[in-house]
Design a binder for this molecule. Structure first.
Ligand code: ADP
Length: 297
């Protein structure tokens, strides 16, 4: 099984890309579905939200009045923080449950709108970002979803900016405005992502096989993402050696690497199974002690 984190700003085209991936065979963990489930009537989540925000966020039938809650939180960072503190942990647990229930050979695509904002990107073996600039996203929210312009702006401003999101992307899927009647390049891009990256990555993980060494040279952003992902909880990591694929790394502990796209290759070595990002990591407890190699970003 491979877990893929799919993200992008509101209106970027996550739902569009999710649909295409499902057509190709992915199992989708849909953010909207999960977000609704954890605050459905009768849940601990809804009780906690009402305790925090008052019964004014309930509709007449006892369900959560999302627009009412949205009006409270989207313009106010503190209130948003309070809501996130309740909902995010519940969402993470539910997401993991749904992913765990997928078949052993599944490519599980998790649509996670706030993947970058919550710092969860390195916990996924692969992060795919759907990219459309903020002005175009605003246009779509107003034109296609009938959102009020101020509301659209507030929602966009409440999320990570485009640069932060791009920096977290292992794969960037550009989805700019398409002229009326122009062919849509997205299905072909998604098909390539599926057949050249996701399927071989999943097969590699299941078979315990390292990915092939890609051509080209890793960028600074590649190195940063590799390091962030190699920092397991409480561990340290450093890149050593040259600046070509495969990147060589030393890690002080290997807890969690199996969940981040790595396969064991002998007692002290883990290799990335990602066909787009070759990494060989040596586990050497103690070697990094006393060295200033920094922590996770
Ligand atoms: P998200 O799930 O990221 O919020 P959606 O997939 O729902 O975004 O897309 C937002 C809106 O933009 C939808 O109405 C969709 O039809 C439209 N859309 C998606 N891609 C494009 C594109 N390339 N050009 C114009 N409109 C698009």
């Amino acid at each position: 099984m491979l877990r893929v984190g799919l993200t992008g700003g509101i209106g970027a085209g996550k739902s569009t890309v999710s649909r295409l991936l499902v057509q190709l065979g992915a199992v989708l963990v849909d953010a909207d579905v999960v977000a609704r489930e954890v605050v459905a009537p009768g849940t601990q989540g809804l009780a906690a939200v009402v305790a925090e925000f008052g019964s004014g966020v309930l509709a007449l039938d006892g369900s959560l009045d999302r627009p009412a809650l949205g009006r409270i939180v989207f313009g106010d960072a503190d209130r948003r923080e309070a809501l996130n503190a309740i909902v995010h942990p519940l969402v993470a647990v539910r997401r993991a449950e749904l992913a765990a229930a997928a078949p052993e050979d599944a490519v599980v695509v998790e649509d996670v709108p706030l993947l970058v904002e919550t710092g969860a990107a390195p916990t996924y073996p692969l992060v795919v970002v759907v990219d459309a600039d903020a002005a175009e996203r605003e246009r779509r929210l107003v034109a296609d979803r009938g959102m009020d312009r101020e509301d659209a702006r507030a929602r966009i401003a409440a999320q990570a900016d485009d640069e932060e999101r791009r920096a977290a992307a292992d794969v960037l899927l550009p989805n700019p405005r398409r002229a009326d009647g122009a062919p849509d390049p997205l299905p072909a891009l998604v098909e390539r992502l599926w057949s050249e990256r996701l399927v071989p990555f999943e097969e590699g993980l299941r078979a315990g096989r390292a990915g092939p060494v890609p051509s080209g040279t890793p960028t600074e952003a590649d190195r940063r993402r590799v390091l962030d992902r190699l920092h397991p909880v409480g561990g340290r990591a450093a890149l050593v050696g040259g600046d070509r694929w495969p990147l060589q790394a030393i890690v002080s502990a290997d807890a969690g690497l199996a969940d981040r796209g790595y396969v064991p290759a002998g007692q002290w070595r883990w290799d990335s199974a990602d066909p787009g990002c070759a990494v060989r990591a040596l586990v050497a407890p103690g070697v990094l002690e006393g060295l200033d190699v920094g922590g996770p970003t």
